[in-house]
Design a protein around this ligand. Structure first.
Ligand code: DON
Length: 561
């Protein structure tokens, strides 16, 4: 079959020197070649370069993550953590959990004052908010599925950090809006703060980060978890209220977990198990909405949104009650995703009116919005597929940059339930299952997912967006499987979100008004949000044609081998 390569270049600009040509490619159709979709064109290109050098999807996704740590510092990271879901060309499925863990000195009530009141500033900003970073350990765990040595895979990121790259307008705006926070949380100057405002095309050079990456290149994971980088990280902790010790870093371990797998309308879905709630929520929502034959309706129609909102409500009530780190709690996954349980959960659904959240779970308190994380989807020419969602949690994490090492530290501790019933920065409430304990992983919503058809990858998908992650991935899958829409429409159509608490349903700003009005008549409380998610999707049809789409909401971009 003839190979087609349609590339829509939405815009590009250039200044002089290397890494100043930023071409954003939103959509690619190709065959017999690998593709990488990520939040930044240079990061996608770093992955594609590794594919061209003979690397496979797992090598490429490591290279892309390192590059994101350089070119997308708001979420790409070596100071955070993530999850990888993989399906190999031989059908083997696997996951790597490199979620952050609570430091050994962490305690259940560490963010409460003497009167028991929560100080979310401490769980969200500064040194006490930081969990033990897992990303670098995760990259080394991924390496055993790859073909190339780490020295080569990390090189593109080192080059970009050393030589600098031209920032886009979105990046300039974001850096400018965080200047005060960067100054507040860092005692020494960082490359992220300039006297004059950042503008599109400015070069961001990160020499310290390049040195850190070189240490990893030279000494492996020890180049991060021991030696100079670890010393710098621990001394950064001591400049404030940080509690991470050298032992915490040395003892960090990834967890290689069996993927959460289930069937959906003739497809097989492979997603992330606990400590991400993502896979469980996805299974619960897809199964509950299948009881109403969702495929009869249309994307974003009143009935479809009502069914899906009610599925989201019930799933998120379960998230708050039952989900946490499976190494610390009793894992109830198989019951929670069983038809026996879900059918009884669905009995209270009615097309006549909204189900009050109080009727589907224990009512606790109120929530809020989303910030940053990032997703990467990759397939190589042999059919190996990889999906990674990785995060610092909030935009630029804790806002703390490790002085001398040049990277942001996460504020992932806020993903724990800092006090039962008190919402985190995404409004998610939780209880005992997600309480803080030393070495425990905080519950996540990240949902890197691969859908298989006839045992071969059919869809590789994921998104950032805090608690909107599982609901956006849910919509992406339903759009393609139930509503038979293409990848572009699925990624870029307006999204909606409900998470049990608050009672409101959030709609992206361009969501069809008629649907919102009809839902309001049924008792749904609507709220308008700016953007929901940044989905990176790859669809592979029965003939092996690959259709890759990078979300139009940001600088997200596709690169081809
Ligand atoms: O693990 C989680 O669920 C969150 N820390 C993810 C944060 C996130 O997606 C922010 N992005 N927009």
């Amino acid at each position: 079959m003839k190979r087609i390569a349609i590339i829509f270049i939405l815009f590009s600009f250039s200044v002089s020197a290397q890494y100043t040509d930023i071409n954003i490619v939103k959509e690619v159709k190709v065959k017999n070649k690998g593709v990488v979709v990520s939040a930044h064109p240079l990061a996608s290109e770093a992955g594609a370069k590794i594919l061209r050098m003979g690397g496979n999807a797992y090598d490429a996704i490591i290279a892309t993550q390192y590059a994101l740590a350089v070119v997308y510092p708001q979420a790409g990271n070596i100071g955070g953590g993530g999850f990888l879901v993989g399906v190999k060309s031989n059908g083997e499925t696997f996951t790597i959990d490199y979620r952050e863990t609570a430091p050994k000195k962490a305690t259940r009530d560490m963010y409460l004052d003497k009167t028991g009141k929560v100080n979310t500033d401490l769980s969200q900003n500064g040194r006490l908010a930081v969990g033990i970073p897992g990303s670098v350990a995760g990259f080394f765990a991924t390496l055993k599925h790859g073909k190339l040595p780490m020295e080569k895979i990390i090189q593109p990121a080192i080059d970009i950090a050393e030589k600098g790259f031209a920032i886009t307008e979105q990046e300039a705006n974001l850096l400018n809006s965080h200047k005060v926070n960067f100054q507040k949380h860092n005692q020494t100057s960082t490359v992220f703060v300039k006297n004059t405002p950042w503008k599109a095309g400015d070069l961001l050079v990160q020499k310290e980060l390049a040195e850190t990456l070189k240490l990893i290149q030279k000494s492996g994971a020890k180049g991060f978890y021991e030696g100079k980088t670890a010393e710098l990280l621990v001394s950064e902790m001591k400049k404030g209220n940080g509690i991470i010790t050298p032992e915490d870093l040395k003892n960090y371990k990834v967890a290689e977990r069996k993927a959460l797998e289930f069937d959906y309308k003739g497809n097989h879905i492979v997603s992330m198990p606990l400590p991400s709630s993502g896979g469980i929520l996805l299974a619960q929502m897809l199964r509950m909405s299948s009881y109403e034959n969702l495929e009869k309706y249309q994307q974003n129609s009143t009935q479809a949104v009502q069914i899906m909102t009610e599925a989201e409500r019930r799933a998120f009530a379960d998230r708050a009650e039952y989900m946490g780190d499976p190494d610390f709690i009793q894992d109830k996954t198989s019951y929670l995703i069983s038809d026996e349980y879900l059918k009884s959960r669905w009995k209270s659904f009615s097309f006549n009116k909204a189900t009050p959240s109080s009727e589907v779970g224990k009512i606790i308190k109120q929530p809020k919005e989303s910030t940053e994380t990032t997703h990467i989807s990759v397939i190589d020419k042999d059919g190996n597929a990889a999906a990674v969602t990785t995060t610092l949690n909030g935009l630029y994490g804790s806002k703390v940059v490790v002085s001398g090492a040049g990277f942001f530290l996460n504020n992932e501790m806020d993903d724990f339930s800092v006090k039962p019933g008190v919402p985190n920065m995404f409004g998610a409430v939780g209880g005992e299952a997600n309480s803080i304990q030393p070495n425990k992983r905080m519950l996540s919503s990240m949902t890197p997912t691969i859908v298989l058809k006839d045992q071969r990858p059919y869809m590789i998908v994921g998104t950032p967006g805090g608690t909107t992650i599982p609901t956006s991935v849910y919509q992406s899958i339903v759009d393609v499987i139930d509503f038979k829409l293409n990848a572009n429409i699925s990624v870029n159509a307006p999204k909606f979100h409900h998470q049990w608490l608050p009672e409101t349903v959030a709609f992206e700003k361009n969501f069809p008004e008629t649907t919102i009005k009809e839902l309001e008549k049924l008792g749904y409380k609507a709220e308008k949000w700016g953007q929901i998610g940044r989905t990176e999707m790859i669809l592979i049809d029965d003939n092996g044609n690959i259709h890759a789409v990078a979300d139009g909401r940001g600088d997200d971009s596709v690169a081809v081998e």
